[in-house]
Design a protein around this ligand. Structure first.
Ligand SMILES: [Zn+2]
Length: 283
């Protein structure tokens, strides 16, 4: 599932590719995931000019010039593709079956398109007043963004300290505390910090506290630079895979040897999700 770096990749690319374009029409063959309804959505976006893009946690916001915004969530397998007039992208795009599940299409007046491919069909699009975007419950409930400069060491420790009996690996996934971290990056950040995901918050030493937040920021920033991780269906707006997967130390590497110490990487279920770790590098 796309996390902060993947969603940021999409937002950055859309900002470059679609701002200034005028929407001519909107088409969908999966209207169940268009809110408040397909008819309202299609009517509202028609004729609007795209002013800019923003990210809230894992939400993508596309602001229009008519006082409305499109809010999108990629969920499990959704991704946006920007295609040129000939409905083409690179050859990698056309050969990759993951890019073939197109369910929603914005056609611009310059004949280029913004398309939404989604194999599992859990992704959604909503149109709403720009001034109300931050009141959408799934956005309003988000905690501070993991890459926000306002997330300082003091703020981070303060937020997490309230959850003292709970494992650090579980707490990092709570979007109402810190937004943007999912399964991939919590495993990677805790590896980098040398802390086991099962450690209860109250047992963390001062030294460990000082390692965790910088590790989170470092892992997320590196992943943003490499256009995210494609461990499954994520593709960028060119239809290409991210490049962070080759940098992974523990996520998805169960049974393989640790790149640092050769110990076998283990996987454990905590709080319903699998977390990956090195039993030697992490204490
Ligand atoms: Zn190791």
């Amino acid at each position: 599932m796309p996390e902060l770096p993947e969603v940021q990749t999409v937002v950055t690319q859309l900002e470059r590719k679609i701002v200034g374009k005028t929407i001519k029409s909107f088409w969908s063959d999966w209207k169940k995931r268009i809110f408040p309804s397909f008819a309202v959505f299609a009517k509202q976006v028609r004729g609007a000019i795209i002013l800019g893009t923003r990210r809230f946690g894992k939400h993508i916001v596309i602001d229009l010039d008519d006082g409305y915004s499109v809010v999108a969530h990629l969920k499990m397998t959704g991704h946006f593709l920007v295609k040129d007039k000939g409905n083409r992208l690179s050859s990698a795009f056309t050969k990759d079956p993951v890019n073939g599940y197109i369910h929603h299409i914005f056609t611009f007046t310059d004949k280029t398109t913004l398309e939404f491919s989604d194999m599992r069909k859990f992704g959604w699009l909503r149109v709403m007043r720009t001034g109300e975007v931050e009141t959408l419950p799934s956005i309003a409930s988000l905690g501070i963004d993991a890459l926000s400069p306002k997330l300082t060491q003091k703020h981070f420790q303060g937020l997490l300290s309230e959850k003292k009996k709970r494992p650090i690996g579980v707490v990092l996934l709570e979007q109402d505390l810190i937004a943007g971290i999912g399964n991939i990056y919590r495993s990677e950040a805790l590896f980098l910090a040398g802390v086991l995901p099962t450690r209860r918050i109250e047992t963390l030493t001062k030294k460990e506290w000082l390692k965790i937040l910088p590790a989170i920021k470092k892992v997320l920033q590196r992943a943003v630079k490499l256009r995210g991780t494609s461990d499954g269906d994520f593709r960028d707006t060119d239809g290409l895979e991210g490049r962070f997967q080759r940098m992974l130390h523990v996520y998805g590497r169960t049974g393989k040897s640790c790149k640092k110490c050769d110990t076998i990487i283990l996987r454990k279920k905590i709080g319903q999700r699998s977390v990956f770790y090195c039993p030697r590098c992490q204490k």
